[in-house]
Design a protein around this ligand. Structure first.
Ligand SMILES: [Fe+2]
Length: 584
């Protein structure tokens, strides 16, 4: 029997859907936020009613039985149901819920957090229960025996994090650490990965969480963790300095012992102290720079202790990191310096969106226990392709001032525009899966002008000036530009620019001399590689500034229409879609 596997990431935030075919290949993966154009798609189903049918028809074998695999186990539903009742209806609720006082919250941050945690309890309950309903409905609509060919399976949340990362990694063996906000048994989980199998490691379960530590830090810095603004803490950190008093206070918020994280007995009091020093909305972001820097250092120190102990178990020198904390690219870039591990792999979507891939792959492996996955770097280009019909309509009816005839290769013409200082929206092939634009839904620019960063921030992205822009670099030049260069195919790590080259590309060098780089190899993305190479031939610089194709507060563009809207309403100078080039 032919089986295809539909993975559903069914947390209330970052819902996503993946399809794995009979051979175990991931043939589609995308967050619901993209088609909805609603950042993080809070409370949206992972199987959108308006799209699920076309996705199944496009990516599944019409003869296949569909296995629907979810990213939370059957056990989690009663857990969430209990949390929901506790928060909403309990006659005598506990004093604290995840460290936040249930009654008498004193600060606005505490009130916000309590509200968000209450929302978390019922939203996740709904999300788990209702994921797959749209799929089932549309399958019935398709008629025939589609509806009877649905098999449902549920997997442990942290196992799906580990599976997405390990099964897609270039390793044949590794040790995996899932560092998350919260799962079904605490916030962390560890696995041995060998011969295509994941074996959980027995480790004590504490009540602490590095993910929640960072979320609370994010709130205290005056940002919003529900909007995923932890990025801003990382960006702001390099503007601050370590404050020793603050350090000993923040470090006391999280205790660590033998692979287990826990919270101190006076946690609530301490959290309250943290929120009392929170940045007020009317204060400039830089007022929280020392807090961001010191908090990032605490995150790194605790992670380092934990990973050192994991390495001491002697399981493997290959580390796979997953869970939301694996988005901390600053730490990812440093952690190999400890010498505990030789290599690091991070999946392009290590947070909850990536769990749709993990669940689908787990379901496939359950049916094919001797499956041998190819050892290679997983392509992140798993999302929706360009709709050629929309493109034709835009070409016909769009009122652009200028449509350039393409006389030469599109990458050569685009490289010339970039070298002239033009800011270009670049939409190619299939969308990237995960939070980073990796050269298919990107805004690109010349990294040489010192004012380029401010220009893009002010006229295109409309975002804070302290946030850095990333460099995409030809792999063959990586070691000339970065110290201790390592491949970073998904912008998963931040490395240090060599001091002697920093002045040549000021727009992509962060304040602390680092860059969250994307390694570009021709075999991974030929057109993007050709573009950077053409730019290099014109300028001697094998790097382009690459930022996601969106404006602040919106997800990365999904459709041709989205691309045109950003083009016409921002300071973009040119738009390239597939092999067509438009100028304003
Ligand atoms: Fe998670």
């Amino acid at each position: 029997m032919i089986r295809n596997y539909v993975g559903l990431a069914c947390s209330f935030h970052d819902p996503a859907l993946a399809i794995v075919d009979q051979s175990g290949e991931v043939v589609f993966a995308e967050g619901a936020e993209r088609a909805l154009q609603d950042k993080r798609a809070m409370n949206a189903p992972p199987d959108p009613i308006h799209r699920i049918r076309e996705l199944i028809e496009e990516y599944c074998d019409p003869r296949a039985e569909l296995v629907v695999a979810k990213s939370w186990s059957g056990r989690s539903l009663p857990q969430r149901q209990a949390a929901y009742h506790l928060v909403r209806f309990a006659e005598s609720p506990p004093e604290l819920y995840f460290g936040v006082p249930m009654r008498g919250a004193k600060t606005s941050t505490e009130r916000f957090l309590l509200g968000s945690l209450a929302m978390y309890a019922d939203a996740n309950f709904n999300a788990m229960e209702q994921a797959g309903v749209n799929l089932e409905y549309r399958m019935r609509e398709l008629g025939g025996d589609w509806a009877t060919r649905l098999v449902h399976r549920n997997f442990d949340h942290h196992l799906t994090h580990a599976a997405a990362a390990c099964f897609s990694s270039p390793f044949t063996e590794a040790v995996c650490a899932v560092l998350d906000g919260w799962g079904e048994h605490g916030s962390v989980a560890y696995y041995t990965y060998r011969e295509g199998r994941l074996i959980p490691l027995d480790a004590p379960i504490g009540d602490g969480s590095l993910g929640l530590f960072y979320a609370y830090l994010c709130q205290a810095c005056g940002f919003d963790y529900l909007k995923g603004e932890e990025w801003k803490v990382m960006g702001l950190a390099s503007y601050g300095k370590r404050d020793e008093k603050l350090h000993s206070f923040l470090r006391s918020l999280i205790e660590y012992d033998e692979l287990a994280l826990s919270v101190p007995t006076d946690y609530s009091e301490k959290l309250h102290q943290l929120f009392e020093i929170a940045r007020e909305p009317d204060e400039p972001a830089l007022a929280a720079a020392d807090l961001a820097r010191t908090g990032q250092e605490v995150f790194e120190e605790v992670s380092a202790l934990l990973l050192h102990d994991l390495a001491s178990m002697g399981i493997s020198k290959n580390l796979v990191l997953s869970g939301g904390c694996a988005l901390n690219s600053s730490w990812n870039g440093k952690l190999l310096e400890q010498g505990d591990f030789d290599q690091l792999y991070v999946f392009p979507a290590p947070a909850d969106d990536g769990n749709c891939v993990g669940a689908a792959l787990l379901a496939h492996r359950a049916d094919h226990p001797f499956h041998k996955a190819p050892v290679r770097v997983q392509s992140p280009y798993l999302g929706t392709p360009i709709d050629k019909k929309s493109l034709d309509l835009i070409e016909k009816y769009g009122r652009f001032q200028n449509v350039l005839p393409v006389e030469r290769e599109i990458h050569e013409q685009t490289a010339e525009l970039l070298a002239e200082g033009k800011i270009v929206g670049w939409m190619q092939g299939r969308a990237e899966f995960g939070p980073r634009a990796l050269g298919n839904r990107s805004i690109l620019a010349d990294p040489r002008p010192a004012d380029m960063k401010d220009r893009i921030n002010a006229t295109v992205k409309f975002r804070e000036e302290f946030r850095p822009f990333a460099p995409s670099i030809l792999h063959e030049h990586g070691a000339e530009w970065f110290e201790d260069y390592r491949e970073s195919p998904y912008m998963e790590r931040t490395l240090v620019f060599r001091p002697e080259v920093r002045a040549r590309v000021p727009a992509v060098v962060h304040r602390d001399g680092t860059g969250r780089l994307q390694t570009v190899k021709r075999e991974w993305n030929p057109r993007f590689h050709d573009l950077i190479r053409a730019f290099y031939e014109l300028t001697g610089i094998p790097i382009l500034l690459n930022t996601s194709f969106n404006v602040m507060g919106k997800p990365i563009i999904h459709s041709v229409e989205d691309a045109v809207v950003v083009f016409l309403t921002s300071g973009l100078d040119a738009l390239v879609i597939d092999d067509r080039l438009y100028l304003k």
